[in-house]
Design a protein around this ligand. Sequence first.
Ligand code: NAD
Ligand code: TYD
Length: 339
Amino acid sequence: MTTLLITGGAGFIGSNLVRHVIETTSWNVVVLDALTYAGNLRNLEGLETSGRLSFVHGSIADESCVESVLADFNPDAIVNCAAETHVDRSIRSARPFVDTNVAGTTSILEIARRNNVGRFVQVSTDEVYGSLELTDRPFRSNDSLKPSSAYAASKAAADLMVLADVTTHGTNAVITRCSNNYGPYQFPEKLIPLMTLNALEGRPLPVYGNGKNVRDWIHVRDHCRGILAALEKGERGGVYIFGGSEERTNLEVVERIIALTNAPASLMEFVADRPGHDLRYAIDNSEALVSLDWKPHTSFHDGLRETVEWYRTHLAWAQDVRDGSYRSYYEQHYGRTLQ
Ligand code: NAD
Ligand code: TYD
């Protein structure tokens, strides 16, 4: 491998993956990113000095742009992190999720095949499996797809397009499906950065419903290690699932953030539940241990402390990414429930 194309590399997981690849390999990295509200070049700060990072501003759904990126850089592999990713936004408007996650993925996948790109990694989510009851066993990779939200449905559709390409054309693609990530550079619309920044800034902590929904939290560094393992060792058409083996209710997460930030517990407010709110996600990590020799390294206890500290020392970053469009989304989404 000499050159890896990472789409969505200016977002949360993408930028952590770019950093991980630059730090742990000798590969050149090309980032293709549309710089939506969630993409920010500040997430890649400092990496330009490696001399191994190139950035192209464009959409995975723009065929001529993708064609020219492949012609200019001739990547050996593509990791597709570009996506619309927030469930709450998909409830308000599903169309951008179809455009990027389904149409965009289908388009870049076809162009990659036509240009004989050696490997395609589709970064997906455990949300394609739908919701677990508290007593159900954790997800396994070949569980059936039962997405609840438009976000999860669009990711499931993209996964099926990737698998169809493998079956029909023999494309050398793999899929990763990971549980909820946390860590540095996550856009402050998702639970952990939202609650952390609000706690640090003395603003309300809006818990949906009764706060008893469960997520399996994985540090983004562990997810990045999993993506690279799937890239290098995964079987054509393989589906690889990763989790942190750290199931927590949202209330437990928020209470720990309150403790880590020394915020008053009175900031916590129960607000209207998310429509179609999945109760629980959990991953059986034993498959990835056997197939990829992968397991998570960072405990939620240490990882959350480190993450809260990162946001505490990067308030200027947070200020910068929360531009006008985010503020108006936030006011629309929480304004009425919080006031
Ligand atoms: P994010 O929202 O932080 O970043 C998405 C990035 O994609 C942004 O930089 C954005 O500008 C870019 N982008 C959006 N549309 C694009 C387009 N049409 N063309 C090019 N770039 C585009 O998302 P994230 O949390 O980093 O998620 C990355 C991937 O990982 C997604 O596919 C997501 O479904 C998956 N995933 C996320 C989680 C999680 O907990 N965050 C868990 C499992 C899987
Ligand atoms: P989120 O970070 O949006 O990830 P996902 O919906 O993809 O799992 O939400 C994680 C959990 O936190 C989910 O159960 C919804 C809940 N949540 C809140 O209670 N309040 C909030 O303000 C947000 C953003 C999420």
